[in-house]
Ligand binder design. Structure first.
Ligand code: F0G
Length: 482
């Protein structure tokens, strides 16, 4: 018996924490929401948080902190060099991952910058299960190329494969054969694979990859930003992990890995990041880059208060009753939407609930940004802010044509331990209403389109007056309610 309580009655996830500090939320009226999204250029990144009811944009840096984390922040040791806070974090990382060398960095992409600068040369190839936006950019900036070696299941929207984040072993062997191990400085595996819907890899798959890497003398690098979710899924979905503790599974993973890096905006529920290894030679190559780009080796651009919070947060991550909260709430949300016919990515992953805009608004052409239009419509209908993960997030081709995305998703992130069950139910109800009225939603067109990272800064307009019609229908169905 693991002694774990996953659900209360009727399959409703059970919170294993209580709320002790609250932040007041605003729910502005639907007419005001329409005005706010217009002012934000129909781009949810440009909304002001005061106009947002439930902020499901991301789980990054917005997870709820525990009482113990807040308490630890008060005893942080402020010092440029040699802070006790650093040594506490370093010791916790060694306890959990078994790694003796730890380089702090201000967030996950800073670790990617250091790794890319230290190991990638012009023409190198980095095989991975799937790319993440910042990872790919850093690799390319340093002259490298990304090879995504996902399995066929990974990009199927609906599936019952429990490990869509696995790497295809045959593709890895073929990639090594084609490029030669000398052109491959490292293989990167991403835990809780973000862009395909927070999907995990299995311990078995990871072990096979590690074996191949060792055979060819290639380093295995783990992006552990979403490790908490991956650990939970291994524990509940993989036979060999059922009787292992979360600490044991973590140690098993880290023993198979040469370098672990993470965004502590996700892992550890605070803000920061770091690189962990036992490989002294690799560490030498990274060491001088830390003070150059981040800060001295004992803070790396982080506040010591956040470092104390990470130390406690990592320890709390080893508790199944902490790491199950995100995935269980997401599973609940996915199941409720699925029951009403709303197209969602399955099986439910970590990070958030992913809605398939390509199916939801299948009448909108991809060059009119179905996922962007749906994210704007969800905000108007509910005050919930999601993130477009589709063609808007791509960059145009050299000739100016659209690079149409494989998937058109709206991600509704559930930052860990932040939202209550009634808030999740509210989001589900409004999305179901929107699905029933989906024909009212039409596309968007760019009015200001930056060349790079257009999804962050770009401004769009509706192709017709569909948003006014949506608001009118809302009033008809919901009367005076917000
Ligand atoms: N790796 C993964 C898997 C991530 O999800 C992220 C960030 C990073 C690296 C970069 O870390 O933000 O601390 O620099 N993901 C955020 C998101 C931005 O919203 O999914 P960072």
């Amino acid at each position: 018996m693991s002694g774990v309580t996953f659900h209360s009655g009727e399959n409703v996830p059970l919170e294993m924490h209580k709320v002790r500090i609250v932040q007041k939320l605003n729910l502005i009226a639907v007419e005001e929401r329409q005005k706010a999204i217009a002012e934000a250029g129909n781009n949810t990144f440009l909304l002001r948080n005061r106009d947002v009811y439930l902020d499901m944009l991301t789980d990054s840096g917005v997870n709820a902190m525990s009482d113990k984390q807040l308490a630890a922040m008060m005893i942080a040791d402020d010092s440029y060099a040699g802070s006790e806070t650093y040594y506490r974090l370093e010791a916790k990382i060694e306890e959990i991952f078994g790694t003796k060398i730890f380089f702090p960095a201000h967030q996950g992409r800073a670790c990617e910058n250091i790794l890319s600068k230290a190991f990638i040369k012009e023409g190198d190839v980095i095989p991975m299960n799937y790319h993440f936006t910042t990872t790919k950019s850093h690799i390319m900036l340093n002259g490298g190329r990304v090879e995504e070696l996902f399995t066929d299941e990974a990009i199927k929207i609906t599936s019952d494969n429990p490990f869509k984040g696995n790497m295809d072993i045959d593709k890895l062997l073929a990639c090594i054969k084609e490029n030669g191990p000398d052109r491959i400085p490292f293989v990167r595996m991403e835990a809780g694979t973000n862009l395909i819907g927070g999907q995990p890899f299995s311990l078995e798959n990871y072990r096979q990859i590690s074996k191949i890497c060792k055979e060819y003398g290639i380093m295995l690098v783990l992006d552990a930003s979403l490790l908490a979710d991956n650990l939970y899924f291994m524990k509940v979905r993989e036979d060999e992990c059922k009787d292992m503790s979360i600490r044991q599974i973590t140690r098993e993973i880290s023993d198979l890995t040469d370098i672990i890096y993470f965004s502590a905006r996700k892992l550890g529920c605070a803000r920061g990041g770091g690189i962990c290894t036992n490989n002294a030679e690799a560490a030498e190559k990274m060491k001088e880059l830390v003070p150059l780009y981040e800060g001295f080796l004992t803070y790396g651009g982080m506040s010591v208060r956040e470092m104390e919070a990470i130390t406690i947060g990592l320890d709390e991550t080893m508790d199944i009753n902490m790491i199950n909260q995100g995935p269980l709430f997401i599973e609940y949300m996915v199941e409720q939407l699925e029951k009403k016919g709303v197209p969602v990515v399955t099986p439910a992953g970590g990070l958030g609930c992913h809605i398939d805009a390509m199916a939801f608004v299948d009448h909108i052409a991809q060059d009119q940004y179905p996922a962007g239009a749906l994210a704007a419509a969800i905000y108007i209908a509910s005050g919930v802010r999601g993130m477009e993960r589709g063609t808007m997030s791509e960059q145009r081709n050299e000739d100016g044509s659209e690079q149409l995305s494989n998937m058109e998703l709206v991600r509704l992130a559930l930052p860990r331990r932040v939202f209550t069950m009634s808030q999740v139910k509210y989001a589900v109800d409004r999305i179901v209403w929107l699905y029933e009225n989906r024909k009212l939603i039409e596309g968007l067109t760019f009015v200001e389109e930056p060349k790079i990272l257009r999804f962050f800064f770009g401004r769009l307009a509706p192709v017709s007056n569909w948003q006014e019609k949506l608001v009118a229908k809302f009033r008809e169905d919901f009367g005076d309610s917000l």
